[in-house]
Design a protein around this ligand. Structure first.
Ligand SMILES: C[S@@+](CC[C@H](N)C(=O)[O-])C[C@H]1O[C@@H](n2cnc3c(N)ncnc32)[C@H](O)[C@@H]1O
Length: 251
């Protein structure tokens, strides 16, 4: 309230936040939380800051779930199984669990630090939605239990897609503060997407869909990789700025 005297503790906290911001730390880490679709997510340097374009990825994923449902998939008596590979703060997995009542969501990450942040965010989801989510640690598909082979209806991923040589060209706020393992995929930038695509057929149920965030300049290469991995219906949808951003590949 504006006519209240600021306490010494509040003043110290605000000063330290200002100092961190002046040192170049992203405002989302300084605040410690950030809005993503319907959620207010805890974020710190253990995880990528969730981006507006990833909100569009979730929108496309939810539309794919509706598309599958309209085609009778999965068959009656079974809830759709959704997997978020590389969940970070949990942005994608937790949004789907919050916005879809009847889904089983598996969220993976190779970073135990990231999974700790995602688990903290799960606690803020409410018991009903939180009961739909499970976290598993490991390398892409290898994190999942074998019984999910052939049973995944929708896989969503925002994998690292920056090429090693591009890191230095990113804004300092990104390159110096966000986890390198969340940004950089390898020499070409397509290594993580390829790992997700190549193993997908073994895990996806018949008729299932893959939705992945890509960099706009990767659209042609990503579509070619999806076709090479055996997907039939392959397209790229734009983000809110009209950039080619979301790979959709249907089995
Ligand atoms: C671009 S971030 C996306 C985070 C979150 N899904 C989002 O959209 O905000 C990529 C995530 O993939 C994870 N990751 C990187 N390599 C991985 C691997 N080999 N297996 C599983 N996850 C990996 C990173 O730790 C990071 O959390």
């Amino acid at each position: 309230v504006l006519d209240e005297v600021v306490t010494a503790r509040a003043e110290r906290l605000l000063s330290s936040m200002l100092e961190r911001r002046l040192d170049g730390e992203p405002v989302q880490y300084v605040l410690g939380h950030w809005a993503f679709r319907t959620l207010d997510l805890l974020v710190d340097p253990r995880v990528l800051i969730p981006r507006p374009e990833t909100e569009v990825v979730v929108e496309v994923a939810l539309a794919e779930l509706a598309w599958l449902r309209d085609r009778g998939l999965p068959p009656a008596g079974r809830q759709p199984v959704v997997v978020d590979l590389g969940t970070g703060s949990g942005a994608i997995a937790l949004s789907i669990a919050a916005e879809q009542a009847c889904v089983e969501v598996w969220a993976t990450d190779v970073s135990e630090d990231a999974l700790a942040v995602a688990a903290a965010n799960l606690a803020g989801l409410g018991t009903l939605a939180a009961g739909r989510v499970r976290f598993v640690h490991g390398d892409w598909w290898g994190a999942l239990p074998a019984e999910l082979k052939g049973a995944v209806d929708l896989v969503v991923s925002n994998p690292p897609y920056v090429a090693e040589g591009e890191l230095a060209g990113l804004p300092a706020e990104v390159a110096s503060w966000e986890p390198v393992g969340a940004l950089v995929a390898g020499p070409s930038g397509l290594e993580a997407l390829s790992a997700v695509l190549d193993e997908a057929p073994a895990w996806l149920a018949p008729g299932a869909t893959l939705v992945a965030e890509i960099a706009p300049h990767q659209a042609s290469a990503a579509q070619a990789s999806a076709k090479a991995a055996g997907f039939a219906g392959v397209l790229v949808r734009p983000d809110l700025a009209g950039r080619q951003r979301v790979l959709v590949a249907r089995r």
